[in-house]
Design a protein around this ligand. Structure first.
Ligand SMILES: NC(=O)c1ccc[n+]([C@@H]2O[C@H](COP(=O)([O-])OP(=O)(O)OC[C@H]3O[C@@H](n4cnc5c(N)ncnc54)[C@H](OP(=O)(O)O)[C@@H]3O)[C@@H](O)[C@H]2O)c1
Length: 465
């Protein structure tokens, strides 16, 4: 790994005399036999049997270990991962819910000779990365060794016509690092080359790795015509507005001339939303909403109380769009508070998959429920382009080492985090990899907005690997 890091380092040492590594230099680097990866083990899939979700501890199930470098196939790339991030799917994998991800790997393994590689007794996880291309497989022309990249997490085969208008509709659509092996929480990752996108030059490795999955998902869900197709002036109710998805949804709403109504659970999170520029904020803990009276019955009076609070914040208007993901706990309220003709767009069910809502409020008021999942190639590219232009910013709050990924996933599982949490893989320190200090300087306040330590506020812009 040292040779790989030296080659990346040489890029920024040219001023001091050494010459920058070229694509040929990167291609000539010997690949190691193995690399360190965050994994779960197939023979531990039952380790939490009988426990409540909350009590399943990712620190017990996530391992950091040496695994062999996978064989490189046509259309694929091996990437030296400088940094990655923890997504909620890392939590799902680590607690083996709703199913063990080994069932995905087994299914993928049955697809072809090549995909058999993915069906292993361990699962190297992670659906984000920022790093440097090490090798490309046959048929890859758009990328070469040495390219600095981020990767989106859509893996498709595109052998069926179904996915050719919208790659998310491919029958063999998978989330890389969740439904495939060799993910980004590792020193080396295997991706399909069409997952690669240029690394935004003004960001450090860990900042560049943070937005990927959630930013693209929020883009499709809220902005794209495949999702809610948000327009200027829309009132957008955003659950978990300072969380992974919500922190990007809030930015898209603000940047797109909409009016976010941010729901959060603490004053600290409300403050973050204010600092992002939101004005309408609901602290669901302080207001004490109880949408469910007991396990089986909801309380429409609480939906009304919630709707009244929204109207107080919007000057009497209801919401055009609800950005839904908590699921069972909030869905009845979400359908109720949406305006006539409005849209509830959902991409998840964190609190439970079986939603209940009063259908009279849907059909009589001509509302629509739209399902949304990650983003197609184009949407992921557009979402990354907005990051690269400094229009949307990473919401990185804290950075962990690869060894501490279990703790990072624990924090996300317990909702102790803000925005995104990052993980350093090969990057020896935070703040490295910045290629465009001028653009960085212009946006430094927004880039650092979620950082929770005073030291992080002054993360160096000039040090570079
Ligand atoms: N389909 C897809 O492509 C896709 C992509 C990304 C994520 N997801 C899923 O979306 C969900 C959220 O992901 P994320 O990255 O945003 O997670 P996150 O960083 O944990 O943020 C979610 C936020 O939602 C709020 N929340 C959680 N439970 C809630 C409840 N019962 N009622 C109201 N608010 C609640 C919390 O904010 P407050 O405590 O501040 O209210 C929490 O911080 C996860 O289930 C994830 O797997 C799906």
């Amino acid at each position: 790994m040292k040779d790989i890091l030296d080659a990346i380092q040489s890029r920024t040492d040219t001023a001091s005399g050494s010459s920058a590594a070229t694509a040929a230099d990167f291609a000539a680097l010997a690949l190691p036999d193995s690399y360190r990866a965050v994994t779960v083990h197939k023979d531990e899939a039952e380790m939490f049997a009988g426990l409540e979700s909350r009590d399943k501890d990712p620190r017990k199930s996530l391992h950091v270990e040496d695994v062999p470098v996978p064989e490189l196939g046509p259309g694929e790339a091996l990437v030296a991962v400088m940094a990655s991030s923890v997504n909620y799917n890392s939590v799902w994998t680590s607690i083996f819910e709703p199913v063990s991800t080994f069932s995905f790997l087994e299914r993928y393994g049955r697809l072809s000779e090549l995909t058999k590689r993915h069906d292993l007794p361990y699962h190297a996880i992670g659906s984000d990365l920022a790093g440097v291309v090490l090798r490309t497989g046959p048929g890859v022309n758009a990328w070469q060794p040495g390219d600095e990249v981020v990767a989106h997490c859509l893996s498709v085969e595109l052998e069926s016509s179904d996915g050719h208008n919208d790659t998310m509709l491919d029958p063999e659509q998978r989330i890389w690092g969740f439904e495939t092996n060799f993910g980004g929480l590792a020193e080396i990752a295997l991706v399909k080359s069409n997952q690669l996108m240029p690394k935004p030059g003004h960001l450090s490795w860990e900042e560049a790795a943070a937005p990927g999955l959630v930013n693209s998902t929020a883009y499709r869900q809220l902005v794209s015509r495949n999702g809610a197709g948000m327009k200027q002036g829309d009132n957008v109710l955003i659950w978990g507005a300072s969380g992974g998805l919500g922190s990007y949804a809030t930015q898209f709403a603000l940047a797109g001339g909409a009016n976010p109504i941010c729901v959060v659970s603490s004053e600290q999170k409300a403050d973050i939303c204010r600092r992002m520029g939101a004005e309408a904020i609901i602290d669901r803990s302080a207001d004490g909403y109880r949408f469910w009276k007991d396990e089986h019955h909801q309380d429409p009076r609480e939906w009304k109380r919630f709707g009244k609070r929204i109207r107080e914040l919007t000057g009497g208007e209801d919401v055009d769009i609800v950005f839904e993901h908590p699921g069972r706990e909030t869905f009845g309220a979400s359908v109720y508070v949406t305006r006539k003709g409005g849209t509830i767009v959902t991409c998840a069910s964190t609190s439970g998959y079986t939603h209940e809502y009063d259908n009279r409020y849907l059909w009589m008021s001509l509302k629509r429920i739209i399902g949304s999942h990650f983003a197609n190639y184009r949407e992921a590219w557009e979402a990354n382009r907005l990051i690269a232009k400094g229009k949307i910013h990473p919401t990185l709050s804290k950075v962990y080492s690869l060894d501490d990924t279990g703790q990072a996933a624990y924090d996300v599982h317990r909702n102790l985090h803000q925005g995104k949490v990052g993980v350093l893989a090969l990057a020896p320190a935070e703040g490295l990899g910045v290629r465009d200090p001028e653009l960085r300087e212009k946006h430094i306040g927004s880039i650092n907005l979620f950082r929770d330590t005073p030291a992080a506020q002054t993360a160096p812009a000039g040090r570079n690997v």
